[in-house]
Design a protein around this ligand. Structure first.
Ligand code: FES
Ligand code: FES
Length: 156
C-alpha cells in the first residue's frame, strides 16, 4: 500500500506517496528528478548509487525508501555550495579522476563520508573504504590521487 514518506533531500523537504519497498535510488531518480546517483548493478555491489543518509553513506539501490523516512539525504546535486564546488569535487576535477563519469558521484560521496570519519586516511584505509565503489574505466590511480588531494596529503 502506498505510504507518505518525508525526505529532506539536499536541505529541501519532499513528500512522496509511494510503495515503501521501492528503492531510495528509484525515488530520487524517477520521482524527484535527481539523476546524479546512478543505477549500476542494482544489487548493492558497485557503489554507483551511493548517497549520504544523515551523513553516512548508503547504497540507495539497496535501501528501501521507507528507511529514509524523515532522514536527511545528500546527493551529488546537493554537495556544492552554489557555484563553489565541494573540496572533494574540486580534487576529482583537478586530478582528472573522471573518465566516463558514471562512478563519479558515488566515488565522491563515498570520499566525503570517508573524510568525515577519517580526515587523514592512509592509502590502505582509502583502499579498504573505497572497496565497494567500482570504476569500470579503471581510473583508480587518479581516483586515489584525488582522494589524497582532498585529504590534504602530498603523498604521490
Ligand atoms: S547500483 Fe547500487 S550498488 Fe550498484
Ligand atoms: S569513470 Fe567510468 S566508471 Fe569510473
Amino acid at each position: 500500500m502506498d505510504t507518505a514518506i518525508k525526505l529532506i533531500v539536499n536541505g529541501k523537504e519532499e513528500t512522496v506517496v509511494t510503495d515503501p519497498a521501492r528503492s531510495l535510488l528509484d525515488v530520487l531518480r524517477e520521482d524527484l528528478g535527481l539523476t546524479g546517483a546512478k543505477y549500476g548493478c542494482g544489487e548493492g555491489l558497485c557503489g554507483a548509487c551511493t548517497v549520504l543518509m544523515d551523513g553516512k553513506r548508503v547504497l540507495s539501490c539497496a535501501t528501501p525508501v521507507a528507511k529514509a523516512d524523515k532522514k536527511e539525504i545528500t546527493t551529488i546535486e546537493g554537495l556544492a555550495a552554489g557555484d563553489s564546488l565541494h573540496p572533494v569535487q574540486k580534487a576529482f576535477l583537478e586530478e582528472g579522476a573522471i573518465q566516463c563519469g558514471y562512478c563519479t558521484p558515488g566515488m565522491i560521496l563515498s570520499t566525503v563520508a570517508l573524510l568525515r570519519e577519517k580526515p587523514h586516511p592512509t592509502d590502505e584505509q582509502i583502499i579498504e573504504w573505497m572497496n565497494g565503489n567500482i570504476c569500470r574505466c579503471n581510473g583508480y590511480p587518479k581516483i586515489m590521487n584525488a582522494i589524497r588531494r582532498a585529504a590534504g596529503s602530498d603523498r604521490r
